[in-house]
Design a protein around this ligand. Structure first.
Ligand code: FES
Length: 130
């Protein structure tokens, strides 16, 4: 695995009396991504990693692309309602393909799938040049 796709599983949670109840939106998004990932031809290049929070909670749902020597991208405001969640999961993997093809990981606005055009929260430079 040379790349990681981090998926926040706490995003879009419902809380009652300080406890999370039911299945969160992030968990539903992770499930859709994981199902598509099984038949994805780039499967061996990306590890799907559930994480509990990436401190972008007001922008649920949130995912990050990361790889050594590449820019890291934190995307938020990803739609996960019933009409859009499958499209969002598919768009995330399409964008991941573009990310894996770029030596530096840079993702131009015009080449990103629609659900990921406006939701960039952070683009973090690589720790060192690749
Ligand atoms: S709960 Fe998802 S980023 Fe904090």
């Amino acid at each position: 695995m040379t790349h990681s796709l981090l998926v926040c599983t706490t995003c879009a949670s419902t809380w009652q009396n300080g406890k999370k109840v039911g299945v969160s939106g992030g968990e539903m998004l992770l499930k859709e991504i994981s199902q598509l990932h099984q038949d994805w031809d780039r499967r061996s290049q990306f590890a799907i990693r559930p994480v509990s929070c990436m401190s972008a909670c007001s922008h649920a749902c949130v995912v990050t692309f990361a790889s050594e020597g590449k820019y890291s991208y934190l995307f938020g405001d990803l739609p996960i309602d019933n009409d859009n969640i499958l499209n969002t999961a598919s768009a995330i993997l399409s964008c991941a393909e573009i990310y894996s093809d770029r030596a530096d990981g840079m993702l131009a606005w015009k080449e990103r799938p629609e659900p990921l055009k406006s939701g960039v929260i952070a683009r973090i430079p690589p720790l060192q040049d690749s």
